[in-house]
Design a protein around this ligand. Structure first.
Ligand code: FES
Ligand code: ZN
Length: 312
């Protein structure tokens, strides 16, 4: 198989675009798709400081790599969840990557700051680990980006992540989550960082191939808590549809975004609605729609119920 652009040996076929690329043209393609997402969706500009939430996996480390290649100012933020060997390895990958490229790295350590790792915290509050993890990560991503003065927080979510999440939300008619499914969430009030997903135009296998040809050393294992997760099942189903009918994933997710954009023109903007209901949490000052934010509620419960030395 030959590269459709330069006729070199191709390393990846991309049926949804009826094309195939060699190493160099694949890198150009991935960077161009990310750049297109950033500019078309007005995510950020060259003068902005971007904080990239990194996990040590291929998506977030590739995102950091792509942003630097494109000339953006991007630093890294890692939350150490304290999941034994998995956290040790993923943290080591992040530290090696950032050190080798001279990228600033901020770390939040749950065991040090919350007094326990994610598995212990989830046990204490009797909630599924992944849901507690989501609450804690969202909280620290936002808080760190705002407190350290970054203009925007970027995550490595790709087309597969977004399409499978959309499928899950639609299957359960969780319409209240659909508004948050776009690649850009604006900074709707003071204390609320703008959040963006510059890889939403790229499929997981395209980013995996990018990481390999660009020699990015990432952690291949998934988080041990994700075993049996519904999202993996949805991804698998979408992959089967995609192989039968290339372009299904992008038609599903991008089609949803186009509809959402058309609908937004006929109703009041989310920003106005958000500002009406969001207010600072009385305990920590972070924006919330509830009386107390979900992080503070969770930590209060962990402190009340558990033997672990949880610090607030
Ligand atoms: Fe959150 Fe595994 S529990 S990444
Ligand atoms: Zn709070």
């Amino acid at each position: 198989m030959r590269c459709r652009k330069c006729r070199e040996r191709a390393v990846l076929e991309i049926p949804r675009h009826h094309t195939a690329f060699c190493k160099t043209c694949l890198t150009d393609f991935v960077c161009a798709q990310a750049e297109r997402a950033i500019t078309e969706e007005k995510m950020f500009a060259k003068a902005d400081h971007v904080l990239v939430a990194v996990s040590g996996g291929k998506d977030s480390l590739s995102l950091l790599d792509i942003l630097h290649k494109l000339g953006y100012q991007a630093d890294a933020f890692y939350v150490d969840l304290g999941i034994g060997e998995y956290s040790r390895q993923s943290r080591a990958k992040v530290e090696q990557f950032t050190k080798a490229r001279g990228v600033a790295l901020h770390i939040h350590e749950l065991k040090e700051d919350e007094g326990a790792g994610i598995n212990e915290l989830a046990d204490l509050v009797h909630r599924p680990t992944c849901s507690v993890c989501g609450t804690l990560k969202r909280y620290h991503f936002n808080r760190t980006a705002v407190e350290l003065g970054y203009h925007v927080l970027a995550t490595g979510h790709n087309l597969d992540d977004e399409a499978s999440r959309l499928l899950g939300n639609v299957l359960h008619w969780q319409t209240e989550y659909l508004d948050k499914q776009g690649p850009v969430l604006p900074a709707s009030m003071e204390g609320f960082a703008k959040k963006v997903k510059p890889l939403f135009r790229l499929a997981e296998r395209e980013i995996a191939a990018y990481a390999i040809v660009n020699r990015i050393d990432y952690i291949v294992e998934e988080c041990p808590n994700s075993k049996g997760a519904k999202m993996l099942l949805y991804k698998d189903i979408l992959n089967r549809l995609e192989s039968e009918s290339p372009g299904t994933k992008q038609a599903f997710y991008w089609g949803f975004l186009a509809k959402q954009e058309a609908d937004a023109k006929t109703r009041p903007s989310m920003t106005d609605n958000d500002q009406a209901v969001l207010h600072p949490c009385p305990t920590c000052g972070q924006p919330t729609t509830a009386e107390t934010c979900s992080y503070c509620k969770l930590m209060a419960r962990a402190k009340k119920d558990g033997p672990a030395p949880v610090r607030m």
